[in-house]
Write a protein that binds this ligand. Structure first.
Ligand SMILES: Cc1cc2nc3c(=O)[nH]c(=O)nc-3n(C[C@H](O)[C@H](O)[C@H](O)COP(=O)(O)OP(=O)(O)OC[C@H]3O[C@@H](n4cnc5c(N)ncnc54)[C@H](O)[C@@H]3O)c2cc1C
Length: 445
């Protein structure tokens, strides 16, 4: 442990807890300030309303979480999370074709987001130099202009000084507006996707034979805008999430009566989810979450960077959740922070600047992958990347080939789970398969 004293973390969500875990090895006192009240058990909460919707944890996230909290994956299973074979137990309809089902030797854990977060919290509680204070909304920063140093935070009725402040308060973070008020613009990448998430949990008949544990029916853009997923989770329940881009879901219609959600499921590209839930028993109310835009705040590119302020997780980037990457990005960022702290051997002065650059390296390929898909909808606004149509053509062929070529699907699964870089889909053997496939399709049409 170094001679550093106090770090304050704004927000006790997933990023806040992960940052606390990593920083507790380097600071004497780690204080998490969370505006929500403490939840007793794995329950959804006001400050993280997205927790009522399906949350998939990708392989990279799962491995990273295990590295930070050894034993956590087994703990998930002990309290009912569902271990599946990632490529046998997932039935995935994507761009108009079902993926191959085969044993790739990978596993995935199915659980609700509150269940996952609650387990992380149990590990955090065991770390002696971390304190979590609930019902504490941070209202601003203490700042020394001359030294350009964030000195602590402002709460409703008190201030707390700190050597480092970590903003993990999510997409509605106060940092950007605080910096903007100082006359400085943080470069941002923003895209309008006008996405709605609508979810409900069900009990399904135990008598039916099911050859899947999670079934995903994704849209074939640009004509289809709606997709849905049904996933088994802890407690023998199923969470059903339906999402629609660009205002394709009439939310008030869905909420009008008890049948609204069922009727919505009938509009999906395949009827599989509807057929399951029409015989099921609803366990929860229908929850709605809107994601009008995705945003990447480029603190890594900003000319102005106050000392003593580090930003992590959704505070930096709120990505399109349809691809299930947000929590894994937060976990990869926590690991990057840990690596940086180890390298600097406790010399923490330049950590925020270096960390923001490392975080950008994690986000950049994922952001590019996601926007390539989001731009399939003409209504998506934003800066289009160079070579977009070629990328979209190549990706579409990979998606379709994944329904008949195991090697290609296997390579795609690893990329999708953030285990290998996207460039691994460009190796000669895969390029040849893509070209052969595209050529034979063009001859058929
Ligand atoms: C609908 C939806 C579905 C998603 N599905 C997936 C998925 O399948 N897989 C996946 O990996 N990711 C998914 N994500 C993304 C994932 O939810 C986020 O990436 C992740 O929660 C980011 O965590 P965070 O801690 O950075 O932010 P948050 O989860 O937003 O946590 C921020 C915390 O800060 C607190 N807070 C805010 N302001 C203050 C303040 N002023 N003072 C004190 N506390 C404050 C909040 O109460 C909250 O606890 C999804 C997101 C959405 C919206």
């Amino acid at each position: 442990m170094s001679s550093n004293n106090i770090v304050i973390i704004i927000g006790g969500g997933i990023s806040g807890k992960l940052a606390a875990r990593v920083l507790s090895d380097y600071y004497k006192e780690v204080i998490i300030l969370e505006r929500d009240q403490e939840t007793i058990g794995p329950l959804s909460r006001k400050g993280a309303p997205q927790g009522e919707h399906l949350h998939a944890l990708l392989h990279a996230g799962e491995h990273g979480l295990e590295e930070l909290f050894p034993g956590i994956t087994e703990d998930f299973y002990h309290s009912g999370a569902v271990k599946i074979n990632s490529t046998i137990d997932l039935a995935w309809y994507h761009h108009g074709a079902w993926k191959i089902r085969y044993d790739g030797g990978y596993s995935t854990t199915l659980q609700t987001r509150p269940h996952l977060e609650w387990h992380i919290e149990q590990y955090i509680k065991k770390i002696p130099n971390i304190e979590v204070y609930y019902n504490q909304a941070v209202q601003g920063f203490l700042y020394n202009e001359e030294q350009n140093q964030v000195m602590g935070v402002q709460l409703k009725d008190k201030t707390i000084n700190a050597d480092l402040v970590v903003d993990a308060s999510g997409v509605s973070s106060l940092t950007s507006s605080w910096i903007n008020k100082r006359g400085i613009e943080i470069p941002e990448e923003i895209m309008d996707i006008n996405l709605s998430y609508i979810s409900k949990q069900y009990l399904l008949s135990a008598h039916e034979e099911r050859d899947w544990k999670i079934k995903m029916v994704y849209p074939n853009p640009p004509l289809e805008k709606m997709g849905g997923t049904i996933s088994k989770v802890e407690g023998n329940r199923y969470i059903v999430t339906i999402m629609g881009y660009h205002h394709s879901i009439n939310e008030s219609e869905v909420l009008k009566n008890d049948n609204g959600f069922l009727e919505l499921a009938r509009k999906l590209p395949k009827l599989d989810i509807h057929q399951e839930i029409e015989k099921g028993i609803p366990l929860t109310k229908t929850s709605i979450y809107r994601i009008p835009k995705i945003i990447w705040r480029r603190f890594d590119k900003s000319k102005y960077s106050p000392n003593g302020l580090l930003l992590i997780g959704d505070t930096v980037c709120r990505i399109d959740p349809v691809f299930g990457q947000g929590m894994s990005i937060a976990i990869l960022q926590a690991l990057a922070l840990q690596k940086l702290l180890r390298k600097q051997k406790g010399e923490l002065h330049n950590v925020p600047i270096s960390f923001h650059k490392e975080a950008a390296k994690i986000i950049s390929p994922i952001w590019n992958m996601v926007i390539t898909e989001d731009f399939r909808y003409p209504a998506t606004n934003g800066k289009k990347p160079f070579g977009l149509s070629v990328q979209q053509w190549y990706a579409k062929n990979i998606f379709l080939l994944s329904s008949q070529n195991q090697d290609v699907y296997n390579a795609f699964v690893k990329v999708m789970n953030l285990v290998t870089p996207i460039t691994s889909l460009m190796k000669p053997s895969i390029i040849i398969e893509v070209l052969k496939f595209a050529f034979s399709n063009s001859r058929k049409s």
